[in-house]
Design a protein around this ligand. Structure first.
Ligand code: NCD
Ligand code: ZN
Length: 451
């Protein structure tokens, strides 16, 4: 019989992929070798692989890194699809080197019940190009938290400035209930740590600079210490989203009880509030950008390994919405397509090591969100990988984004180092500037399943 495919290949229908002669980042160093991916998994890593595969990539000048994991993105879709949808958002992820993203629940409708989570997952499954999981909104009802966990939620998101589902957060008791429910369901709580009472503008706001000035670091300091105090009582796992102050990183890092992790973003570590003055709405997000000194110290905390992960907080809006007067302009910037070229540039400038970059953008987020088969290149794990060209020079150009949000405070920045190829579950979804994956080729991930 003229049958070239192995029986396993016939069953899964997945073509095999051989990456030849790459510099492979594994066990915290680069080795020269080839990688064979079969049935969506890394089958073999060796200096030389003689076998043929359905597809081959000669990667002599490229570095193979584990696929990046972005634990904080807003893919929008549904009634906010005009800002971003599952296909445009995950195309942006693929172009940025992210093979897995975790989507935030502040959508329309919000992800605040198991049923809504399942509906979102169903819609995503037909439209995503990279692996996608979902965070769920904090709700008052413990049983609902448990059922959202059963539906696959990766965390319970507690949005202190303005809860996603109605909750009275003026009261510690409500937060205690949320933390207890998460603990019982063995889920981490992801916290947007800004104290609501501290961010009420008390005067008339005319400019973005004044708007940022009304949202001080004190709001974060108070929220972090409040959550730490309550964590001490309950002992649940807490992940602090987009922390902006070096002092928050140390409070979280020095916490003796464990169970905590911290996240920083490329924008808070690379930009200061000076950018708000220059760029206005393009540099408006929450938490806002901070003074220069805090920014450089935050970068150092990240580069020395005191922050646990980098996430983009990819938060797309239309330019028309962003251009409204400051208090009506929605906060948020797209970040999926800028994070990696910006951070590779930091590696090129020797301000960040490649090993740290891999931990912050892949290994650590995979670990803290239970993605045990992702975040490293080794035999037997899922075939999520990127090939990076460390020499490639570029310039941040929002017109070229696959995201619907064609703006960025990094517009015009010169970069060195770029994502060349993105491989998700063994299939090439992005290569050399082009999206090659099909909507629906990414997997919906459920917390607790192997993925
Ligand atoms: C986020 C968004 O647009 O969803 N914006 C942002 O600036 N980070 C929501 C939010 O966290 O407020
Ligand atoms: Zn966010």
């Amino acid at each position: 019989m003229d049958n070239l495919k192995s029986p396993e290949n016939e069953i899964s229908g997945l073509p095999s992929l051989l990456i030849r002669d790459a510099h492979i980042w594994t066990e915290n160093r680069a080795i020269r070798g080839s990688i064979l991916i079969e049935d969506g998994r890394i089958q073999r890593i060796a200096r030389r692989i003689a076998e043929q595969a359905d597809e081959e990539i000669l990667a002599e000048r490229l570095v193979a890194l584990p696929g990046l994991v972005d634990a904080h993105v807003h893919l929008r879709d549904m009634r906010l699809a005009y800002k971003e949808d599952f296909t445009s958002g995950t195309s942006a992820a693929a172009a940025g080197g992210f093979t897995t993203v975790l989507d935030m629940p502040n959508t329309l409708p919000p992800t605040d019940s198991a049923q809504r989570l399942r509906e979102k997952a169903r819609r995503a499954s037909r439209n995503i190009l990279v692996n996608t999981g979902f965070h769920a909104a904090a709700v008052g009802d413990r049983a609902a938290v448990e059922t959202m966990k059963m539906a696959g939620a990766f965390s319970i998101k507690l949005y202190l400035p303005k809860p996603i589902a109605p909750l009275d957060l003026g009261d510690d008791l409500t937060i205690v209930e949320v933390l207890k429910a998460a603990k019982e369901a063995s889920l981490p709580v992801t916290v947007h740590a800004e104290d609501a009472a501290q961010i009420e503008p008390t005067r008339e706001i005319r400019t973005f600079k004044e708007l940022v000035g009304s949202r001080l670091g004190k709001a974060e300091t108070m929220a972090v210490s409040r959550i730490l105090r309550l964590q001490k009582q309950i002992g649940c796992r807490i992940h602090f989203c987009h922390v902006t102050l070096p002092s928050s990183i140390s409070s979280i890092g020095n916490w003796p009880l464990g169970g905590l992790s911290s996240e920083v973003t490329p924008h808070h570590t690379l930009l200061s509030e000076d950018s708000v003055e220059k760029l206005g709405w393009k540099a408006w997000m929450v938490p806002p950008l901070r003074p220069r000194r805090a920014r450089s110290r935050l970068f150092r905390e990240m580069a020395t390994g005191n922050a646990t992960i980098i996430a983009t907080d990819h938060a797309p809006h239309t330019i028309k919405e962003k251009r409204r007067p400051p208090q009506k302009s929605p906060p948020g910037i797209p970040g999926l397509e800028t994070a990696m070229p910006l951070m590779l540039t930091m590696v090129y400038k020797r301000k960040l090591s490649l090993g740290r970059l891999v931990s912050l953008l892949s290994t650590n987020p995979a670990k803290i969100f239970g993605l045990s088969s992702r975040g490293s290149i080794r035999e037997g794990v899922d075939g999520d990988m990127i090939l990076v060209d460390m020499k490639k020079k570029g310039k941040i150009d929002p017109d070229k984004f696959f995201s619907k949000a064609h703006y960025s405070p990094f517009e015009g920045w010169k970069t060195q180092g770029a994502v060349h190829t993105t491989i998700v579950n063994g299939s090439v979804v992005y290569s050399n500037g082009e999206i090659t994956g099909k909507p629906g080729s990414g997997k919906v991930l459920r917390n607790g399943s192997r993925g």
